[in-house]
Design a protein around this ligand. Structure first.
Ligand SMILES: C[S@@+](CC[C@H](N)C(=O)[O-])C[C@H]1O[C@@H](n2cnc3c(N)ncnc32)[C@H](O)[C@@H]1O
Length: 220
């Protein structure tokens, strides 16, 4: 049993032929995707050799080494063919957008599972502005830390609101985790706004997001 975060990523994978695990590190997703029958072949990429070595060792231990190709490299660069599905998890939202930006052609038909560690709002806006539709979003509470997981793919005619960017489409699920995440975000923003107000600093950004959260909570 892996962490709740990793299990949540695995749970939303779709069955496919080829899957890429970008920034694979330990290789949990790459190895389990094969073991649980989500993919027939996996490309595991990490920008550093040391983490990739961990993934290679795990795959040998779990008997799936022959089904995974391992690459040291940046994002999708080492993968020569388009893949059906890809996971980019455990890195910042800006890194994810950089990786996708350099691989726009390659991921034209790829189903993406993204789990940013920070800059979630930046990533959502980048996705919408660059022709990626956010199909679904989830919040996972893993040991009192909240993680946002985004399912996205290239699409035409994308329509999105500022609430989709700043709050996120996870609220559509009305899940317990989603509500807890929202309440915690509200409290954090409220404290920041208060502090800025006391120090006579501009807190209009926090105020704007707080109003959006309030609007969503009122309809809950
Ligand atoms: C914190 S680990 C996350 C591992 C795993 N994906 C997870 O969610 O648990 C981030 C990994 O991404 C790798 N990484 C960072 N930037 C990358 C890039 N541009 N291309 C490939 N790998 C990258 C790092 O070397 C590191 O091993």
């Amino acid at each position: 049993m892996y962490s709740k975060r990793i299990e949540a990523i695995l749970k939303i994978l779709e069955k496919c032929t080829t899957l890429a695990d970008i920034g694979c590190d330990h290789g949990y997703v790459a190895v389990e995707a094969i073991k649980r029958g989500f993919a027939l072949r996996v490309f595991a990429v990490d920008i550093n050799q040391k983490p990739l070595q961990k993934a290679i060792e795990l795959s040998k231990k779990e008997g799936v080494y022959h089904k995974i190709e391992f690459f040291v490299g940046n994002g999708f660069e080492p993968i020569r063919e388009p893949v059906d599905q890809a996971v980019i998890a455990g890195v910042g939202g800006k890194t994810i957008s950089n990786i996708l930006s350099s691989a726009k052609e390659k991921v034209k038909h790829t189903k993406l599972v993204l789990q940013p560690m920070k800059d979630v709002e930046f990533l959502r806006r980048w996705l919408f502005e660059n022709g990626f539709e956010i199909k679904e979003e989830f919040v996972v509470n893993d040991k009192e830390k909240f993680y946002v997981i985004i399912k996205t793919e290239r699409s035409f005619n994308i329509e999105y609101s500022e609430i989709d960017v700043y709050v996120g489409r996870h609220v559509r699920n009305r899940s317990k985790e989603s509500l807890e995440y929202l309440l915690r975000k509200k409290e954090k923003l409220r404290k920041i706004a208060e502090m800025k107000k006391e120090n006579k600093k501009d807190f209009s950004e926090e105020k704007k997001v707080l109003e959006m959260i309030e609007e969503v909570l009122n309809e809950w």
